[in-house]
Design a protein around this ligand. Structure first.
Ligand SMILES: [Zn+2]
Ligand SMILES: [Zn+2]
Length: 262
């Protein structure tokens, strides 16, 4: 399998997962044109994408979905609640390309199996995804206010995971957001803090020291890349010694990550 985080952050999200027979995008949260440009920079032909999976209806995950469907005529999978929530954003699209999936269920597509993992977020029916192929596994979990035991199990089993490291709690609390929004972000239906992320990664590494972790969905306003990275690395070091520190990476907002082969 190959993986590339095309873009990730509070302003837009898109990840590429490749197996022998499929090239999937998880979310298209920038314009289709911007995603095409980022893919081409990695020598990936946008027309070679075979399917798109959407995590939830927020615009930083769905902005380019409608144009992509009309341009490339690929099937898009999302839960019923997400389809309902993103109707306006997506606009008129061919009905036969809109595929409804269920959170908590697994689906087989030729050489891969994909499972929608329920997340805890203020959206209609949000999910993350776990994709397995040829004995390898990639997990994408962002936009969740807490890490459930099911998520933790997937993270421990994955060869590569994207996990949300959204905000630094002090930066958020001392920042300019209104209190209501701060409370929403901090709640169990909001986003994972750097500390929450560090805990989940450390726990997963304890069970699977070979895992690669990409810290994603960093807030532009309430986080700094070095703060996210340091929080996770410090906790790993404190609780486990140095093991695993080399396999933590940051996703990027302005460009894609390297392509990882697992
Ligand atoms: Zn988001
Ligand atoms: Zn969201």
């Amino acid at each position: 399998m190959r993986f590339c985080s095309v873009t990730s952050g509070s302003s837009g999200n898109c990840h590429l997962i490749e197996t022998g027979q499929h090239r999937l995008l998880i979310d298209i949260g920038l314009s289709a044109r911007q995603i095409e440009k980022l893919l081409k920079e990695r020598q990936i032909d946008p027309a070679s994408i075979t399917a798109v999976f959407v995590t939830h209806e927020h615009s930083d995950h769905t902005k380019g979905v409608g144009v992509w469907m009309r341009r490339y005529r690929v099937p898009v999978m999302a839960t019923a609640g997400t389809w309902h929530g993103m109707q306006r954003m997506v606009g008129q699209v061919p009905g036969e390309l809109c595929v409804e999936i269920r959170s908590g269920k697994g689906y087989r597509m030729s050489d891969l199996r994909i499972e929608a993992i329920p997340t805890c977020h203020d959206a209609n029916d949000p999910c993350g995804y776990a994709v397995e192929s040829g004995g390898n596994k990639v997990v994408v979990i962002t936009d969740t206010g807490m890490v459930t035991p099911l998520m933790q199990r997937h993270l421990a089993e994955a060869d590569l995971s994207v996990i949300e490291s959204n905000h630094d709690i002090d930066m958020l609390m001392n920042g300019p957001y209104p209190m209501l929004l701060k409370k929403r972000i901090l709640s169990n239906m909001g986003h994972l803090s750097n500390h929450d992320c560090a805990q989940a990664v450390t726990e997963a590494l304890r069970q699977n020291a070979k895992g690669i972790f990409l810290l994603g969905h960093l807030s532009e306003e309430n986080n700094k890349p070095e703060l996210a990275m340091n929080t996770t690395l410090t906790m790993i070091k404190e609780r486990m010694g140095k093991a695993g520190a080399g396999s933590i990476y940051l996703t990027k907002r302005e460009c894609s990550t390297d392509v990882f082969t697992i």
